[in-house]
Write a protein that binds this ligand. Structure first.
Ligand code: KG4
Ligand code: ZN
Length: 362
C-alpha cells in the first residue's frame, strides 16, 4: 500500500436492530452492508434486546464477509477495526465489541471503540467534508438532540427530547391510524393528501426557552382527536386520516424548526467561518421537515446538509469514519475496551430522561 493512501478501516455496528459492517478508505465507502431485523421483532411491537443480541451474534461475521466481498479486499488488508462500543442495547453492543476484539487480536491491527452517536454526528464530514464547528440535529426513532460538533470528540449538547424521539411519534401515529410500519414514510404519504390546518395540534415546549423538546403529548392529542371523530361519525373517513397526519406532521415540524432557529442562534455565538447545519437520522428523510429546514437555513445564510438516507439511518460506514477520525488523532483502544449501554457525547450536559424504544437516548 502506498504510504499516501488513507488507511482501510473496517466498521462494525450492532447497537440496536441493524447488524452492519462497512469498509472505508478515506471518504470512499468501498462497502456498506446493513442487515435489518425488523421481521424478527415485528410481533412484539418494539425491539426485543435478547432477540437482537442473538441475531447480531449470528450475523455480524457474515456482514463482515459480505463487505469484504463487495469491496474486493482481503481481511488481511484491513488497517484498523472500528466498532460501536455504545450507547445501545448492551447484548448487541457486546456482540460487536467481542467480534472486533477477536479480529484486532487475530490480525494484529488497532482496535477503535466508537460512540454510536458520534458516528451519526460526524457523518456530514464523510459525505460533505464539513469543517468544525457545525450544528447537528440528530433526529431518528431513538435519538433527538442538537449538538455543536467542535471536534471528533468534542460535542456540546444544546438540548434534546425529554420523552419520545420524533421517529417514535411518527411510528405511534401510524399505529393509531392503522398505517404500516415504519410510520414515518406512511404518515408522510397520507399528509401529502391532507389539510394541515384542519386539526390544531399542540406545539409542546415552544413557550419555554431553550432547545429541549417533547413529543409524547402530540401523540396523546392525536389519539383524542381520532377518538372524538370516531365517536361523532362512527368511524374515520379517508380524508380524516390524511388531515390528522398532515396536522401531526406540521406540529412536529414546527417544533423542530423553531428549536433549530434557537440552536442556530446559540451556534452563531461560536462565530464559525462557514456556518453549517446538518441533520442525520431516519426522520431527516421527512420531506416537510427537509423543506422547512432548507428554508430556515437559506434565510440565515447557513449551509444546510442532509446525508443520503442510507448514511442517515444506522450503518457501519459512519462507525468506520468516526473510527478513522480517532485513529488520525492517535487514539486507539486495547482489549479492555468496554461495551457501554449509556455514553453521552456531552458529559457536561444533564442526562436526558427516558430510555426510548430503541434503548438509551443520551
Ligand atoms: O435512524 P433510524 O433508521 O433508526 C433509529 O431510530 O435509530 O430511524 C428510523 C425512524 C423510524 O421511526 C421511521 O418512522 C422514521 O425514522 N422515518 C421517517 C421517515 N422515514 C423514516 N419519519 C418521518 N418521515 C420520513 N419520511
Ligand atoms: Zn442511530
Amino acid at each position: 500500500m502506498p504510504s499516501s493512501e488513507p488507511p482501510l478501516i473496517l466498521g462494525i455496528e450492532s447497537s440496536c436492530d441493524d447488524s452492519a459492517a462497512a469498509l472505508l478508505r478515506g471518504r470512499q465507502v468501498l462497502a456498506s452492508v446493513v442487515q435489518g431485523q425488523a421481521a424478527l421483532h415485528a410481533d412484539f411491537g418494539g425491539v426485543v434486546p435478547e432477540i437482537a443480541a442473538r441475531a447480531h451474534a449470528e450475523r455480524l461475521d457474515l456482514c463482515v464477509e459480505e463487505a469484504l466481498a463487495q469491496a474486493q479486499v482481503r481481511l488481511g488488508a484491513v488497517d484498523a477495526i472500528a466498532v460501536t462500543a455504545g450507547p445501545g442495547l448492551i447484548g448487541g453492543v457486546l456482540s460487536g465489541v467481542m467480534l472486533a476484539k477477536g479480529l484486532a487480536a487475530g490480525l494484529g491491527k488497532p482496535l477503535i471503540g466508537v460512540n454510536h452517536l458520534a458516528g451519526h454526528a460526524l457523518t456530514p464530514r464523510l459525505t460533505d467534508g464539513l469543517a468544525f464547528p457545525y450544528l447537528m440535529l440528530l433526529v431518528s426513532g431513538g435519538h433527538c438532540q442538537f449538538l455543536i460538533v467542535r471536534g471528533a470528540e468534542d460535542f456540546t449538547r444544546l438540548g434534546g427530547t425529554i420523552d419520545d424521539a420524533p421517529g417514535e411519534a411518527f411510528d405511534k401515529t401510524a399505529r393509531l391510524l392503522g398505517l404500516t410500519q415504519p410510520g414515518g414514510p406512511a404518515v408522510q404519504a397520507e399528509a401529502r393528501q391532507g389539510d394541515p390546518g384542519r386539526f390544531r395540534f399542540p406545539r409542546p415546549l415552544l413557550d419555554r426557552p431553550g432547545c429541549d423538546m417533547s413529543f409524547s403529548g402530540l401523540k396523546t392529542a392525536l389519539l383524542r382527536q381520532r377518538d372524538a371523530l370516531i365517536a361523532e361519525q362512527g368511524g374515520l373517513r379517508r380524508q380524516d386520516r390524511a388531515d390528522l397526519c398532515a396536522g401531526f406532521q406540521a406540529a412536529l415540524c414546527d417544533v423542530l424548526v423553531e428549536k433549530t432557529r434557537r440552536a442556530l442562534a446559540l451556534y452563531a455565538g461560536e462565530q464559525p467561518a462557514e456556518p453549517a447545519f446538518a441533520v442525520a437520522g431516519g426522520v431527516a428523510a421527512n420531506e416537510g421537515l427537509r423543506a422547512a429546514l432548507t428554508r430556515l437555513c437559506a434565510a440565515q445564510s447557513v449551509r444546510f446538509t442532509a446525508p443520503p438516507l442510507a448514511l442517515c439511518t444506522d450503518n457501519a460506514a459512519m462507525i468506520a469514519w468516526a473510527g478513522g477520525e480517532r485513529l488520525t488523532a492517535g487514539k486507539t483502544d486495547d482489549m479492555t475496551l468496554a461495551a457501554r449501554p449509556r455514553w453521552p457525547l456531552d458529559r457536561q450536559a444533564a442526562p436526558l430522561i427516558g430510555s426510548g424504544r430503541k434503548g438509551a437516548k443520551a
